[in-house]
Ligand binder design. Sequence first.
Ligand code: NAP
Ligand code: ZN
Length: 349
Amino acid sequence: MLQSKGYGATSADDALHHLDFQRRDPGPHDVQIQIRYCGVCHSDLHTVRNEWGNTVYPVVPGHEIVGRVVAVGNHVTRHKIDDIVGVGCMVDSCQRCDACGIGLEQYCENGFVGTYNGEEMHTGGMTYGGYSDSIVVHEKFVLRVPDKLDPAAAAPLLCAGITTYSPLRHWKVGPGQKVGVVGLGGLGHMGIKLAHAMGAQVVLFTTSPNKREDGLRLGADEVVVSKDAEAMARHQNSFDFILNTVAAPHSLDAFLVLLKREGTMTLVGAPATPHPSPQVFNLIMKRRHLAGSLIGGIAETQEMLDFCAEHGIVSDIEMIRMDQINEAYERMLKSDVKYRFVIDMATLA
Ligand code: NAP
Ligand code: ZN
C-alpha cells in the first residue's frame, strides 16, 4: 500500500486536521500523481460537515486536483511520467452501462465512484481526495491539463469548470441568447466566463452588491442584485437559460418568472435542505423547464479543458496554505470567496 498524508475530518463537528492514510499501489491501468494544487469546492464543506447525510469518516476531501505523474502501470497508454494532469469528481464507474457507454460516467447506472467519500471498486475501502500529497487513479479518469493553462488556476476547472460547462453545452447556450447565472462563487464565476466565451449575453444575479464590479470584469454584461425587486421585474420573461449555482435554499420562483416561454433553469447548487417548492403556475403558463445537472463526463471534461486553453480561461484563485483550510471554509460560508480557494499542496507539512 501507498502511505499518504493529507487533511481530513473524523466527524461532522471536527475541524480538518492532519491525517495519515493508505492508498492502493498503482495497478496496470493506474496513474500515480503527486498533487501540486487542489481547489476548494463547496461540496467539500457539505461533505465534511455531513450536510448531505452520507459521509463516511474519516473523510479526506478535494476533487479539483492538478499534479504531476510520478508512476504509471505497465498498461497505461494515455499518460506518462512528468505529465501535468488533472482529476475531477470521479475516479471510476462501471464502464458497462448505457450511460458509461456514451461518456456520461457521472450518471453511471451502477453509481460512479466519487474522488472522495466513494466506495473503491478495487479494494472495497473508501476513496480519499485531493487534500493530500498523492493519488492513484485509473488512467481513464485522468485528464490532460493543456500547457497553456496555469496549473494552479486550472485546478478549479476540474469541478467548477465542468459543472458549469456541461449544462451550458447541453442546453446549447450560444450567440443571440440571454443567459442568467445565479450566485457569484466558485461555480458562478466559471459559469459567467464560459457562457460569455460561448457568445451569450450574460446577466449575473447576486445577493452581494459589492460583487458588481467583479461580475462585469468576469464577463457579465449586466449585474442584478437579486434582492432588488424592481431590477428583477425588469427582466421578466426574457431569459433563454438560467444556471443556478446557489448553495443555500431560496425561492426558485424569483428566477423562474424571468424565463421566457420554454426557457430552462438548471440547478447545479446542491443545498443541504430543500428549496421551497416553486409555484406550478410559473412553469405551466409558459411551458418553462426546471432541470438539474451533475458535473460532466470524462470526455466532456477534456473538451472543457481544451476549450479553456483555446479561450484563455482559468479560475480566479486565492492560493492558501493547507493549514488555512478551516478559515477558508468559514469565509466560503460568508460568500467571501474571490472566486476559488486553491490549496498549495507544497505547504502540507
Ligand atoms: P460557493 O463558492 O460558496 O458559491 C455559492 C454562491 O451562492 C455564493 O458565493 C453566493 O453568491 C451564493 N449564495 C450563498 N448563500 C446564499 C443564500 N443564502 N442566498 C442566495 N445566494 C447565496 O460554492 P460553489 O463551490 O460554487 O458551489 C455551489 C453549490 O454547487 C454547492 O451547493 C455545491 O455543493 C454545488 N455543486 C454542485 C455540483 C453539481 O455537479 N451539480 C458540482 C459542484 C458543486 P452571491 O454572493 O453572488 O449571492
Ligand atoms: Zn466540486
